[in-house]
Design a protein around this ligand. Structure first.
Ligand code: MG
Length: 289
C-alpha cells in the first residue's frame, strides 16, 4: 500500500491557539501517547518568547520530560537564532521556521518583510547544518491572506525557490485561514509540480470552512504524500473561535484509509490520544503542575 506521512502539530500549533494554561505534565502525557500511535513526526513545542506565546513557555520542560520514541522525529518551532539555540540545547535534531508569501501578513504578524524573514532563516543555515538538523519551513497564507485576500502564485514561487536554494528539507504549504477550495489548491499545486517534486512539500490545511478534506484529497491525487494535522482537531473552535481550525489527524487518517493509503498509525491509539486532550480542554484546567 502506498504511504502517506502525517506530521502531528497538536502540541504546538494546536495548543498555542488555545487560551488555556495546560499543565506541563498533561502536555507530556499527550506527546507520549502520540509517540506510540505510529506517527512519524510530532511538532512538540515552540521556542518563541513566552511574552508572545505564554501557552508554550514550558518548552524546555516539556522537551526534557517527554519519553522519546526513536522511531519518531520530534520537531520544535523556532523563530530566530535565540530560539534555534534553545532548541539545540534541548536536544532537538529537527526544527521548523515560519515565513509567508504575503508582504502584509509578514509585516503584521512578524513585523518584518518577507525578505528579512528569509534572510533570518538563511543566516542560521551554518548553525543547523553544523548540528545535522532536519529543517522544515512553513509558508503561511499560501492561498488566502486575511489582509490581501486571494494570493497570486508568483510571490509564493519566489519564496519556495529561495527555500529550495537553502536546501530546506521540507516546505509546508499552509492554508492559514482555511479559505482555499479544491480549485485553488489544484491550481497552485499544479504550478509547483512544474518545477519541483511533491516529496519536498507538506500540505497544512485548516478546516475552518470545511474545505480541508477535499483539499487533502486533491493533494493526494496530485501526488503529495505529507500532511500536517492536529489530533482531535485542536486549535480551532470551540475553545478559540476564529482561530486556526487545524484539520483533525483522525480525519486525515480516515481519508487515507478510504483512499487506500497507509499512514502506519494505529487508529485506536490515535483516537485515545485525541480523547485525552479533548477531555482536558473541556474541563478547562488552568493550574500548572
Ligand atoms: Mg495550523
Amino acid at each position: 500500500m502506498e504511504k502517506v506521512r502525517i506530521v502531528e502539530v497538536a502540541p504546538r500549533d494546536g495548543l498555542q491557539s488555545i487560551p488555556l494554561n495546560i499543565p506541563t505534565k498533561r502536555k507530556v502525557e499527550l506527546i507520549n501517547r502520540l509517540s506510540s500511535t505510529g506517527l512519524q513526526e510530532i511538532e512538540v513545542t515552540s521556542f518563541v518568547s513566552p511574552k508572545w506565546v505564554p501557552q508554550l513557555s514550558d518548552a524546555p520542560e516539556v522537551s526534557r520530560l517527554i519519553k522519546k520514541n526513536p522511531l519518531v522525529r520530534y520537531t520544535a518551532l523556532v523563530p530566530n537564532k535565540v530560539g534555534l539555540n534553545k532548541a539545540i540545547e534541548s536536544g532537538y535534531k529537527s526544527v521548523a521556521f515560519i515565513t509567508t508569501c504575503s508582504e502584509t501578513f509578514s509585516q503584521k504578524n512578524t513585523n518584518c518583510t518577507i525578505s528579512e524573514s528569509l534572510e533570518t532563516i538563511a543566516s542560521l543555515r551554518s548553525l543547523w547544518s553544523q548540528h545535522n538538523m532536519h529543517v522544515r519551513v512553513y509558508i503561511s497564507t499560501v492561498w488566502y491572506c486575511p489582509f490581501e485576500g486571494k494570493m497570486n502564485p508568483d510571490p509564493l514561487m519566489n519564496v519556495v525557490q529561495k527555500l529550495i536554494d537553502l536546501n530546506i528539507d521540507e516546505i509546508s504549504l499552509a492554508d492559514t485561514i482555511g479559505k482555499a477550495k479544491k480549485g485553488d489548491v489544484e491550481e497552485t499545486l499544479e504550478i509547483i509540480l512544474k518545477y519541483w517534486d511533491p516529496s519536498k512539500f507538506a500540505l497544512h490545511f485548516h478546516d475552518t470552512y470545511k474545505n480541508a478534506k477535499q483539499n487533502i484529497i486533491s493533494g493526494i491525487n496530485l501526488g503529495f504524500r505529507n500532511f500536517d494535522s492536529s489530533v482531535g482537531g485542536i486549535g480551532g473552535c470551540p475553545y478559540a473561535p476564529g482561530s486556526s481550525g487545524n484539520v483533525a489527524t483522525e480525519s486525515v487518517l480516515e481519508i487515507c484509509e478510504n483512499n487506500g493509503f497507509d499512514t502506519g498509525i494505529n487508529k485506536q491509539s490515535l483516537s485515545d490520544a485525541g480523547k485525552y486532550i479533548s477531555d482536558i480542554l473541556h474541563k478547562g484546567e488552568k493550574t500548572n503542575g
